[in-house]
Design a protein around this ligand. Sequence first.
Ligand SMILES: NC(=O)c1ccc[n+]([C@@H]2O[C@H](COP(=O)([O-])OP(=O)(O)OC[C@H]3O[C@@H](n4cnc5c(N)ncnc54)[C@H](OP(=O)(O)O)[C@@H]3O)[C@@H](O)[C@H]2O)c1
Length: 213
Amino acid sequence: MTTIGFIGAGSIALQVARNAVQLGYDVILSNSRGPETLRDLVAELGPAARAATVLKTAQDADVVMTGIPMAAYRDLPVAPLRGKIVIDAINYYPPRDGHIPELDHGRTTTSGLVQQHLEGAHVAKGFNHIAAADVPTDRRPSGTPGRRALTTASDFPEAAAFVAKLYDQFGFDTLNLGPLSESWRAEFGRPAFLAALDAVGLQARLAEAPRVV
Ligand SMILES: NC(=O)c1ccc[n+]([C@@H]2O[C@H](COP(=O)([O-])OP(=O)(O)OC[C@H]3O[C@@H](n4cnc5c(N)ncnc54)[C@H](OP(=O)(O)O)[C@@H]3O)[C@@H](O)[C@H]2O)c1
């Protein structure tokens, strides 16, 4: 079974990890303080979960999800993630992260910066514009009218396809925005951010997005 590693074990990572375990994935959790601080969470998730250092998580997982503040993205380890799919849930929130001029001026995207840092990894945006609490409550079986849609974007089609498969297993439709350069459409501050909409509604909301907020 595929092992999904989480760098960052806060609100969004835990909701995704919980759902992943329910679906039969193995998960590894990591944070900045070390695996011993994750003992209770691992116990809650059960035998398919374990905790490790960030480095070991990146080394051992088949796929890694980032759930850390944008300000910390340069801490993501580069070498062990080469060739791996990295699902990037990071949002840029200046009051928390400080200002990053390339993002403020629309010269790149949050995941564009993560991809630039993670040279050789296959980064796909995922789970960034859904509130963590909505992950277990908004899911619906495939084909349900009005099923909530989530976006992905990647420069690597197989990474976007993996996120789309995961969304479907979790209970969401996918809107693929194309390359990472398009992922700003569902970033923090845009009309689609946190909007619980089906694919048609989300598409319309994405089209309203200003490039710079
Ligand atoms: N909360 C949501 O609803 C939601 C939804 C979608 C996307 N997001 C985005 O996902 C990211 C995480 O948000 P969150 O709400 O889950 O945050 P959170 O609850 O505050 O958790 C952040 C996690 O990141 C870890 N972390 C921080 N710096 C790190 C580093 N340098 N190396 C390894 N781990 C580090 C923290 O570990 P320590 O405590 O040990 O430092 C903690 O486990 C943010 O970019 C956020 O914008 C959030």
